[in-house]
Design a binder for this molecule. Structure first.
Ligand SMILES: [Zn+2]
Length: 213
């Protein structure tokens, strides 16, 4: 968990590679289920087509299905899910039924200054969707994608004034979820302000002393 710009996606990808466990990102899983037209994917699509939020039961069902895949037998990393206490409760129930559960919830505490710097510098390729950063991951040629030559643009919600608002909304929305996992004694706070390598070192230490299944 962590606000936009905390580096969750980047760190999840690194951890997934290092520990050889799948990185399950809600956005990707939802899109995949819709594309493959699974029963739950079709249900999710019917809400998305109407411009409505996909209900907690459907999202959680799709995530739970992906947790039954054989590649999760040594563990998994959830990124961007659960978002609400209700989703967390449904997830806990589903995992319990599979004799599984969540060992640890990492919260990437991130200062607004750092989040703004990361998000406002982000540029996305119109062609292939690859993410760049004007300072940290600059393209070889300004404004165009190294991979496909597509045009790079700034997502409207990555503009500085919008980012501040997203951070406030995130904090208010996630407070109950932080309380939920704190009460369970599995929430661990780390600094999202750290760079990719420094934070990975911290996480490796956290995992080495943790009681994992
Ligand atoms: Zn591209």
């Amino acid at each position: 968990m962590g606000p936009p710009g905390a580096g969750k996606g980047t760190q999840s990808a690194v951890l997934s590679r290092e520990y050889k466990i799948p990185h399950i990102s809600t956005g990707d899983i939802l899109r995949e289920a819709v594309k493959e037209d699974t029963a739950l994917g079709a249900k999710a699509k019917s809400f998305m087509d109407k411009g409505q939020l996909v209900p907690d039961e459907v999202v959680t069902g799709i995530i739970t299905e992906s947790l039954k895949a054989p590649d999760t037998k040594d563990g998994f990393i959830l990124d961007g899910f659960p978002r609400t206490v209700k989703q967390a409760e449904i997830l806990d129930g589903a995992l319990e039924a599979m004799s599984s559960g969540i060992d640890m919830v990492l919260y990437f505490e991130t200062s607004p200054k750092v989040a703004i710097e990361r998000l406002s510098g982000r540029r996305v390729c119109r062609g292939c969707g690859f993410n760049y950063h004007i300072k940290n991951i600059p393209p070889k040629q300004e404004g165009s994608c190294d991979k496909c030559g597509g045009e790079l643009y700034q997502r409207p919600d990555d503009k500085e004034e919008t980012v501040l608002n997203r951070l406030k909304v995130y904090e208010a929305e996630t407070k109950p979820l932080i309380d939920y996992y704190t009460k369970k004694g599995i929430l661990k706070k780390v600094s999202g302000d750290l760079g990719v390598d420094a934070l990975f070192k911290v996480l490796s230490k956290v995992f080495s002393v943790a009681k994992l299944r």
